[in-house]
Design a protein. Structure first.
Length: 673
């Protein structure tokens, strides 16, 4: 996480993150952090955004005209993809290749469940149009047939589609046919959104390129309408144009983002990971695991040396998206996750969530199903006398009725059911944490766990114990850390292109030409940015490649040295005699974000009120200290204790102690065992 200038006389920093249950806002100026949390408005997320902004600015005693930077992360594209409610989309592909999005890769979702199917393609067969043309690696093989193009245009015009995806063979190297088709559609159907694969993903591998382009076309009209409403509302109230969080962990202008919705599918989780990296740096922890448990899901990611791990491909509900993005793993375990009993009588939790409406039963908004939040309330981790962020009052009896109904199906007592629900949810989150650590050769014991989201700090210590992690960081702004992450994010534009160079073609001049072309394009979006370059390499004959970075000069000898080293690290051996192939070049233009200094209350200014209540730890009921309000710098907490902070609740089990750092982060440490 690279730091930039801190805010000062130039104005306030504003970040707003839309989650599945709540919309969070954070305002920072001169070290002071002011937050707001309101229920998400699924029918129009911009309403919740503006309501959160209004509340946060009012609490800060400021007006919209004082905001210098407005950064926004959202779930518009994510939800539309998961719920399959994007635009009606057509696909134009080279004749004979229109079914590539249905054929996909010959991998079963589950090895031993032969009947388990894949999700249906976003573009049905009737909306896939073959075009008579063909490019090869060296250029035109079959010229573009204009009669075929007219037939395709007639078919698309008569199909009443909102968007068109164009993915022709070898367009990553020879885009001329795609450019011609896109121009023809723009002339014939000017109101129709067009996504072309050589712009969305100029890389080889036909299925991945087509899948990504289809997702981009499917989501872009919806995202564009949302951003137009948001920009209009922001301008009306005097706010600057919002910068939108990309899946890569950086922000871009709303106008640039509206062109390609695929860039933002992981917008929300990326903001949280960036915020965790920033708070980890402030606490002196450069190797961390971010643990974001909200109302709907739990997102986890790894930060090494202060830098977020990246990935170039992600599968979302069986659909491949191949773009640069933060390596976040998500499971459906959140505070609103619904408990249920499967056909074998086992207690289960999620992935279905009660969401923002009606929400958990204890919210008193009409929900009747038992959720993890209801279980936490009955276990004593939440108090009926307290209110959650967003002014949500908790109804203990409603929670008890919901859990009691589930307990009847599970043939357990109410307390047993509540304890079982949080244990099941913990195991789901542990599975996600093991995916990003143990399964990738990372020893989690060397890392600190940064817990945030409204529910993360309640579960963090138990989860850490399972992974033998001895240090947990609970930020002062844990409940709105994703919003804080947005306003400290760098401006960033990532580009990649397949070059497929080997033997005598793999020369420094050829590589530098490819880098320069991408660099110029990236700097158009981020003109004041620094440039970072990475290379995807493999031994000739291998099916997949490894990424190498920090190469001063892209000459073959330097690339060979770095790749052999990376290959040894990953696979335990290298082959210096094997022929080397450069597959992809990756360039990122990055301009530093803000680095506000955060300060906890001074010891004389703490507002915490102390009390006690019973809570269940490890299945045993015991008295726990309750600390309600904002903790001051230097304050210490010993478990068992429950800290009800302004935006989240921290559970400190027996055997753990905590101390508040100067920036307000509560650091929990496990006693030696």
């Amino acid at each position: 996480m690279k730091a930039g200038a801190e805010p000062g006389a130039e104005g306030l920093l504003l970040g707003v993150d839309v989650g599945g249950t709540f919309t969070d806002a954070a305002v920072v100026a001169a070290g002071r952090l002011v937050t707001a949390k309101v229920p998400t408005t699924p029918e129009d997320q911009s309403r919740g955004v503006m309501e959160a902004v209004e509340q946060a600015l009012a609490r800060a005693g400021s007006g919209p005209s004082e905001v210098a930077r407005f950064a926004h992360g959202m779930t518009v594209g994510t939800n539309a993809l998961l719920e399959e409610r994007g635009a009606r989309t057509a696909l134009i592909a080279t004749g004979g290749f229109t079914d590539v999005i249905e054929i996909a890769r010959q991998k079963r979702p589950e090895l031993y469940r032969l009947c388990r199917g894949r999700p249906s393609p976003l573009v049905p067969e009737a909306l896939r149009f073959p075009l008579l043309e063909r490019m090869g690696p060296d250029g035109v093989v079959v010229p573009l047939d204009h009669r075929s193009l007219e037939e395709v245009l007639d078919g698309v015009a008569g199909a009443d589609v909102e968007a068109v995806a164009i993915s022709l063979l070898h367009s990553f190297a020879h885009p001329e046919h795609e450019q011609h088709v896109a121009a023809a559609i723009a002339e014939r159907l000017p109101a129709t959104h067009v996504s072309v694969s050589h712009e969305v993903l100029p890389m080889f591998r036909e299925y991945e390129r087509t899948s990504t382009t289809v997702i981009d076309a499917y989501l872009s009209p919806l995202l564009r309408r949302y951003l137009e409403r948001l920009v209009e509302e922001a301008a009306r109230t005097g706010l600057p144009e919002p910068e939108i969080m990309q899946s890569s962990g950086g922000v871009l202008s709303a106008s640039a983002t509206a062109r390609h919705a695929a860039w933002t599918v992981l917008s929300g989780p990326a903001g949280g990971a960036v915020g965790a990296a920033y708070l980890g740096e402030l606490a002196g922890a450069h190797d961390i695991i971010s643990f974001d448990m909200g109302g709907t899901s739990c997102d986890v990611a790894v930060v090494e040396g202060g830098k977020l791990r990246q990935t170039a491909e992600r599968t979302i509900e069986g659909r491949v998206l191949q773009l640069p993005m933060v390596d976040v793993h998500t499971v459906g375990a959140g505070g609103g996750s619904v408990g249920w009993v499967d056909r074998g009588g086992a207690l289960r939790v999620g992935p279905r969530s009660a969401g923002a409406d009606p929400g958990p039963a204890c919210y008193g908004r009409g929900g009747t199903e038992a959720t993890v939040t209801d279980a936490n309330l009955l276990l004593g981790y939440l108090g009926g006398e307290s209110s959650l962020a967003g002014s949500v009052r908790l109804d203990v009896e409603a929670a008890r009725r919901a859990v009691q109904a589930l307990a009847g199906h599970a043939r357990l007592g109410v307390d047993e059911t509540a304890w079982g629900m949080v244990q099941v949810a913990d195991q789901e989150m542990l599975r996600a944490l093991r995916v990003v650590t143990v399964e990738r050769g990372i020893d989690p014991r060397r890392y600190a766990l940064v817990a945030f989201g409204g529910a993360g700090p309640m579960h963090a210590a138990r989860v850490a114990e399972e992974l033998e992690i001895n240090r947990v960081l609970c930020p002062r702004a844990a409940g709105v850390l994703s919003a804080l992450g947005l306003l400290v994010s760098e401006r960033r534009r990532d580009l990649a292109r397949s070059v497929l160079l080997s033997r005598e073609e793999l020369g420094e001049e050829r590589v530098q030409d490819a880098v320069q072309a991408l660099e110029e394009e990236a700097l158009q979006e981020v003109p004041d940015g620094r440039v970072e370059v990475a290379y995807d390499l493999r031994y000739r004959g291998q099916a997949f490649e490894l990424r190498v970075e920090d190469v001063e000069r892209p000459d073959p000898a330097a690339l060979r040295e770095r790749f052999d080293e990376a290959h040894r690290e990953r696979y335990g051996y290298s082959d210096p005699e094997a022929e080397l192939e450069l597959v992809n070049v990756r360039v990122a233009a990055i301009a530093g974000g803000a680095a506000p200094k955060l300060e906890a209350k001074a010891r004389s200014g703490g507002t915490a009120v102390r009390g006690r209540r019973e809570a269940i730890f490890n299945g045993e009921r015991m008295a726990a200290a309750v600390i309600r309000g904002e903790l001051a710098a230097g304050e210490e907490v010993g478990g068992p204790a429950i800290c009800e902070l302004p935006e989240s609740t921290v559970v400190v089990p027996p055997g753990w102690t905590g101390r508040v750092r100067d920036e307000g982060t509560l650091v929990l440490e496990r006693e030696a065992t």
